[in-house]
Design a binder for this molecule. Sequence first.
Ligand code: AR6
Length: 205
Amino acid sequence: EVVAEEKEVVAEKKEVVAEKKLNIIAEAKNDKVKVIAENITTLKVDAIVNAANKSLLGGGGVDGAIHRAAGRGLLAECRTLGGCKTGEAKITKAYNIKTVKAVIHTVGPIVYEEVTEELEEDLYNCYKNSLIVAAENNLRSIAFPSISTGIYGYPKEEAAITATKAVKEFLQDEEQSKKIDEVIFCVFGKEDEEIYSDLLPKVFG
Ligand code: AR6
């Protein structure tokens, strides 16, 4: 019995280590929404979202990281898609990213000066349309980077508010919600770690 108990303790410890390795920094009570601090290409989820540009032919930031990890097959498929409009989302296979079934490419708005209502709506639509594409393709877990908040200049806090709002409203739709088990906000950098871990309990409880 003692041995069994010890085994249990070891198993528990292992679980903790596994969680730590994933860097889960916040989790909503609804159990579906998490914040994880990682390179998005290393996550084990059905779909990762790419913060792409309208050409869908690759770039810097997370787009560059995803294309590098996925390999040339991804670029070849992207060439067949005819680009993507701001706020819309298109799906490809994940090629050499073996922990993932698909990549959903979306194009965030570029902020030159201030965030207008139109830009906010574009960003909202990136999250909403990516979730719709995931649900349509039976992809039950999805990880988002902080779309538009790097090269495209969207203020991080405002972006997080819109991102969490879009996910919350999507999950409030009962039919859609049934099709998604897990939504991860994949944060990259201390600033977003703090913003999202503060925001998550406020938005999702
Ligand atoms: N994993 C997760 N997040 C990452 C990673 C990564 N490996 N690398 C960067 N980030 P950005 P945008 C974060 O600039 O602002 C490209 O050239 C980063 O810290 O990648 O939407 C495209 O082709 C930031 O929080 O995307 C477009 O031309 C977030 O990802 C343009 O950049 C988004 O930063 C899109 O700009």
